[in-house]
Design a protein around this ligand. Structure first.
Ligand SMILES: Cc1cc2nc3c(=O)[nH]c(=O)nc-3n(C[C@H](O)[C@H](O)[C@H](O)COP(=O)(O)O)c2cc1C
Length: 144
């Protein structure tokens, strides 16, 4: 079985990003993610980022290093860093969405540390944060 890992964090943009800047960031991110087999989603609201990414442990480690080295944001606060059995966003090199502040707040406050050993058995995700994230993504009509 593939050795999969996921990481979830929130961070603060150094300054509010204009749409073209966010798009440029995503182009660079998706290109690298494609090379190392990483998928996930990035949510943004008024200077706050929330990101979930997943993939082979090696790829996730490399992406995390790029993210932490980025001067576009700071105050990276890790919510989850764990092994998973299956991908939640297999079709998204890095999906992106502008969201409300209340969704970001709810995601940041959700329980993330409960076991996610059963992630393969979706939609029964036994983790409040992941359940909230996947149900938001589905509600947008984006699917997995
Ligand atoms: C919120 C955020 C999310 C990012 N996500 C990814 C990612 O998924 N994959 C990746 O390779 N790089 C990611 N990066 C890094 C950027 O693609 C890019 O390398 C970086 O923004 C360029 O460096 P700079 O921001 O210091 O100019 C991310 C950066 C930020 C700020």
């Amino acid at each position: 079985m593939e050795d999969l890992n996921c990481i979830v964090y929130v961070s603060s943009a150094i300054r509010p990003l204009a749409v073209p800047e966010l798009e440029a960031l995503l182009v660079s991110a998706r290109q690298f993610n494609d090379e190392v087999g990483v998928t996930g989603v990035l949510l943004y609201h008024d200077g706050t980022f929330f990101q979930y990414f997943e993939g082979p442990t090696e790829g996730v480690t490399q992406v995390y290093a790029r993210i932490r080295a980025s001067r576009s944001h700071h105050a990276i606060y890790e919510l989850l860093n764990t092994k998973i059995k299956a991908r939640l966003f297999p079709n998204w090199l890095m999906g992106a969405s502008n969201v409300t502040s209340s969704l970001l707040l709810n995601l940041a406050r959700a329980e993330w540390h409960a076991s996610i050993q059963q992630v393969a058995d979706l939609p029964e995700v036994p983790n409040e944060g992941l359940a909230l994230l996947t149900s938001y993504w589905k509600s947008c009509g984006y699917g997995p």
